[in-house]
Design a protein around this ligand. Structure first.
Ligand code: ADP
Ligand code: MG
Length: 357
């Protein structure tokens, strides 16, 4: 067996408590070189704590962590050495605001690792090019967008030549329009064979980029598998429910006294949050349905749904006590060209028209 096959990280019986609260419960796993592992799961289940334990920002209560065969949880293990090997990218970038982009990247290599300044600069420039920011070397972080800041933070982590990079929700603090640029830099890194652990809420990204996925729940790794296993054939019902979760926006329209302005505002926010481009179309359709085809149907429940994994977005119009479709032929003819699909279906309590956007 060659050295390549021994794990880069090996965690055994890791437990973390904050006072009475048990956050990580007897977790064991190994990470091999080149693996890209996404950690998904509900919030509060210990994903950040686990990442922080891996570079000893949060020392475990018990258990052992080895990096390249060395026990980093051992008393007195040099943490600066560890953090060179295990880089971290945070949700909130953590750049030095009083330093230029270039200085942010060269600071630690020059002052702590004693790499000659010209060499560190050259490398930093190459890294900036890699993350698409060659033009920004001399500006201060305040002049950058969130997406650009996060790309600088990634370049800064890479400048340490880490064995592993840990990403803790790298896109959660970003405006939705900037999520893509950061994810695409991470996708590129995955192709270079860099070992990465990524906590993310971006299900499709996790499915596409990972070699392995951990579903964390209640302080344990509930399910560990390939993206295909976790997303297409999860074993546990909790995993299944989480990966197939559907985001919803609901309006209960009792009468024409309803504050209809809530609808465009709500739809816009929903589309921003889930990075959907259909806001205008969705609102136009909602308006047409509410004021033309279903004008006389009140109360009515309007629901916008988005299934993150499949990417399907829909508008549902539900009327209780209604047995037949509220749509006539003219309505269908008007709607069909504007939607991917249209369903008219009786429900237990009434009737639903579903428009797939
Ligand atoms: P996740 O990243 O999955 O959302 P976290 O690891 O941030 O979860 O947190 C797991 C639990 O640990 C939460 O209940 C959180 O409140 C608690 N927790 C995290 N850090 C601390 C801390 N420093 N002190 C006390 N409780 C903490
Ligand atoms: Mg977290």
């Amino acid at each position: 067996m060659t050295n390549n096959q021994s794990p880069i990280i090996s965690v055994s019986h890791l437990t973390k408590r904050f006072g009475e609260l048990v956050v990580l419960r007897d977790i064991s796993f190994e990470v091999h070189r080149g693996e890209v592992i996404s950690l998904i799961g509900p919030s509060g289940t210990g994903k950040s704590t686990l990442l922080r334990a891996l570079n000893m920002l949060e020392p475990p209560t018990s258990g052992e962590i080895c990096v390249k065969g060395e026990v980093i949880t051992a008393h007195g293990y040099p943490l600066d050495m560890l953090r060179r090997r295990v880089g971290m990218v945070f949700q909130s970038f953590n750049l030095f605001e009083h330093m230029t982009v270039l200085e942010n990247i060269t600071e630690v290599p020059v002052h702590l690792l004693h790499i000659p300044e010209t060499q560190a600069k050259e490398e930093a420039l190459a890294l900036l090019k890699q993350v698409g920011l060659a033009q920004k070397a001399d500006v201060y972080p305040s002049a950058l967008s969130g997406g650009q800041k996060q790309r600088v933070a990634i370049a800064r982590a890479l400048a340490m030549h880490p064995e592993v990079i840990l990403f803790d929700e790298p896109t959660s603090a970003l405006d939705p329009t900037m999520v893509g640029e950061v994810l695409s830099v991470i996708r590129q890194l995955a192709k270079t064979g860099l070992t990465m652990l990524i906590v993310t809420h971006e299900m499709r990204f996790a499915r596409d980029v990972s070699t392995r996925v951990f579903f964390m729940n209640e302080g344990i790794i509930y399910e560990d598998g390939t993206p295909e296993q976790i997303f297409e054939h999860p074993v546990h019902s909790a995993t299944k429910a989480f990966v197939n979760r559907i985001q919803k926006l609901v309006f209960e329209i009792d009468s024409d006294d309803f504050d209809f302005l809530q609808i465009p505002t709500g739809i816009n926010q929903f589309c921003l949050k889930y990075n959907l481009s259909q806001a205008d179309n969705a609102y136009a359709l909602a308006k047409e349905m509410l004021f033309t085809h279903m004008r006389s149907f009140r109360p009515l429940t309007l629901r916008m749904t988005h299934a993150e994994l499949s990417g399907v977005t829909a508008l549902d119009f539900m009327v209780e006590g209604q047995k037949d479709s509220p749509l006539n032929d003219a309505a269908r003819e008007s709607l069909r060209p504007q939607v991917k699909d249209l369903f008219e279906e009786p429900t237990k309590r009434g009737f639903r028209v579903k428009l797939i956007l």
